[in-house]
Structure formats: C-alpha cells, structure tokens
Write a protein that binds this ligand. Sequence first.
Ligand code: SF4
Length: 312
Amino acid sequence: MEPILQVEHLSISFSQYHRGTRKRTLPVIHDLSFSICPGQVTAVVGSSGSGKSLLAHGILGILPYNSALEGTILYQGTPLTQRRAEQLRGREIVLVPQGVTYLDPLMEVGPQIRKGRRDPRSKARSRAVLERYGLGPEVEKRYPFELSGGMARRVLIASAVVEQPKLILADEPTPGLDARAASRILGHFRELAEDGAGVLLITHDLELALTIAHRVLVLYAGETIEEASAADFSAGRLRHPYTRALWAALPQNGFTPIPGTQPYPGEISDGCQFAPRCPRCRPECRGPGPVPYVPRAGGWVRCRFPEGGEAL
Ligand code: SF4
C-alpha cells in the first residue's frame, strides 16, 4: 500500500538570541524518518521536550517564524510544500490539538463544527458527526464552557473530522481524562483509521498508545531511536535500550524507573544521546559521529549495540 505521508530526514531548528545579541541555532528535531499508510495508526511516543508536537506543526506548515525545516515531507507521493499544506490544512490534513482551549469560547458548538456555514448540507453533516461521537443535537446549541472535559474532546474530534480528512494528526488528545474516557477517545481514532484515514497519534503515554497503534515511533532528544510494531512490545522484540526501559517503566511491567534525564536541545552531544543513561553503553557509543538509524527485524533502530542483534 502506498503511504499517505512520508517524512524523510526531517530536522527542525530554531534560531534564538543567546547571551545578549549573539544568535544561536537550536536543533530540536534531528534526522526523523517514517511513513504512515492509510488505515494505520502510528504513535509517536516520547517524554516532554522530545520534539513530538513540533513534528505535527512541521507537517502542517505552522512552525514559528524563527524556525528552519530541512528534509522532505511527501503527502500522497508529492512534496508537501508550505503552499500545499495551507491548501490541505483543515480539509484533507487536520490537527486534533492538545487543548480544548482551541474551541472558540464565544461560539456555539454547531456553528464551530460547520465553520460558520449555514446551508442544510453542512447542518446535516455537523449533526451526523456529533451523533457519531455520542453527542445529541442539543449539544449544537451549547457553548464550550457548558461541556464536560470528555464532551469537549469529542467536539474537537468532530470539528476536525467533519470534512472527512485523509490524514489526522492527534496531539496528546487525552490529557486530564480518566483511563476509561481516554481509551474511548483513542478508540475513535482507531475507527477513523479503519475508515481509511492515516492517523499520527502524538503522546507521552506508551501504555495508551499501545491500545490503538499499529506502529510506534519512539523519540528521544529530538531523534527517532526506534520504530516497532505494537506486537513487538508484548513479544519482547524491542531493539533499543530506551524503548525497553519505557516498557519496563509501565506499572504492569514492574514500574522500573529510568535513571537520569533527557538532554535539552542545547545540550546535544556527539554520538548517542542516550549514552549517559544506558546500561549497555560502551566507549564507541559516544562518537565520533552520530549513531545511524537503520532497519532491523521489521523495524528501525538507532543504536550501535541493539538488543538481540549484531553490533552496527
Ligand atoms: S548506542 Fe550505545 S549508549 Fe546508545 S543506546 Fe545503543 S548501546 Fe546504549
């Protein structure tokens, strides 16, 4: 199947003033590659500061003015230029944002979903999409402050998918929800994939991601360090020590903490970024040069001495 989205060697950096008038470039995402097929949920998992949300903004063409993007993004096989992203944004490619504050507090739900349109077809579509997410017609007349957290999340999804998009970028779509409500919301994304859309789910919550994702991409310090299938986790086929540590940190797997902290963008060093925390670290891991990202056993890994394999 042809991918709907291909991201190849994507890097995003920011220029900012440092110590008065001196400018510096801060790399936040580095050499990121993956693809998404229609009907597939790909989860991008990483702790805060790993660059996950920036990835969505880069795809949508809504990065801030002081940023620079390198690499290639292809949508349906054709480069997703800034102009094309603007044309497709909100129609074929949509963002389900982190915060319910994206809803206009002064507008009723119905007009928000219809983007102000009043024709009978738009009204029928907004009613149908609300119904799909278990929200009755009375919700159309409510303002965002009259919705519960779970309802507001469902309105955000309804608002994003009313145009039947082909690519959905969901950025931490379940904060503040209890486990049951969160899994119900994530179930909606799985349904959208079953209907044929490609879904990129951005989250810090590996456990939740594994309930719906087909593929999992693990980000660490702005780099992809592993791509694995969801089945690789339960089967113990993980390749990278950090992914294994994330898996072992889940409550059902022993709650084992990961010592140390992820480096900030300004602290990126030569060699493997995980080296200071890695129990398998050897002198070769610290450089010179970056660790290559290579295919391995149906997935990808960025590690010189991956688990269960030959040294790279
Ligand atoms: S490259 Fe070395 S330090 Fe980095 S994750 Fe692999 S084994 Fe650990």
